[in-house]
Design a protein around this ligand. Sequence first.
Ligand SMILES: Nc1ncnc2c1ncn2[C@@H]1O[C@H](COP(=O)(O)OP(=O)(O)OP(=O)(O)O)[C@@H](O)[C@H]1O
Length: 366
Amino acid sequence: MTEAARTDGHPAHSEAAPDTPAVRLTALTKDYTTRTTGTVRALDAAELTIQQGEFFTLLGPSGSGKTTLLRLIAGFERPTAGRIDLAGRDVTALPPSRRDVHTVFQDYALFPHMTVEQNVAYALTVRGVRKAERLARAREALHTVQLDDHARHRPAQLSGGQRQRVALARALIDRPALLLLDEPLAALDRRLRHELQRELARLQRATGVTFLLVTHDQEEALTLSDRLAVLDHGRLVQTGPPRDLYDRPATAFVAAFVGTTNLVRDATAVRLMGAPGTYSIRPEHLRIAAPGTPDATPRPGERTTHGRITGIAHAGAHTRLTVRPDPDGDELTVLHLNTSALPDAARPGASVLVLWRTDDARRLPE
Ligand SMILES: Nc1ncnc2c1ncn2[C@@H]1O[C@H](COP(=O)(O)OP(=O)(O)OP(=O)(O)O)[C@@H](O)[C@H]1O
């Protein structure tokens, strides 16, 4: 249903032109001041543009400012400085109810005394939508999250994954322009989390609603997002598609936080790379070979180091080895895909040659 065709008296969303960004943050800053901690800058001059219909993720460690950024966009917090535009409208001074935004939290926040259907229809009830329409739309929303058979259940009768589906149906029932998701899958076990991740991706494509997800799970961020931004101590340090951030991290922090990597620096960098600096080499770009075997002959463009295996962990599809370069230096992690056999010499304590392409070692700014 188009917003203009609605019969419920709810103010129609301002129909922004398709190229108007869903979110634009300008020099957005938030300080918290408490008696014990003094002033903490939780968000530092954030600049960010999110396009309509994007699945965008904020990724960062605990305390980096992710939730603060989300709460500012929702309107639960006022910024210390800066400006927030949603769909081309300056909402910086507007309360949450006047922003076309819904939020899904980690803890579901469902009403325990209401049925699933009533929970989902809640936003429509508040707006005085007629019962028949309310129920029809709640049923449709429950169908979208594959919970048709649970309309009459109460939240306590559902699993964690099902509760989160109800929360998603409730948040999407009136098709907000923007859906904020604050670690919505963090409370679920790994298998269920993967299932709900697929569900999130499907829902986003089906509804076309702009999703802004907060997570500290880099795999979740990489698999789900059209683009993501990495936060470090309140600063947006890099923004881009997952592949760009993985292949071309702007800083050592991004290299280590988005995926795993070997950071080679100081004297080890001079020895391994032939020049000083800080380099990131992904574990899958390193290979090992037993000295003296044909595989130990470097191919064009490859560099090498001798080392000693310090650990081998078999993990199904791949084996993760750690190797300490000779004569010393930080351990290197090597990811070996188990589609080919490991060299016979690969056992703890064995001497091996580690090889990598110079082009796969990324030089990082100091
Ligand atoms: N209400 C508050 N009062 C004082 N300081 C706060 C408040 N909320 C957040 N902070 C501080 O702001 C910083 C950013 O916190 P925020 O919750 O945004 O981080 P986060 O990345 O969401 O962390 P997490 O992943 O642990 O939820 C932290 O240093 C935190 O202690």
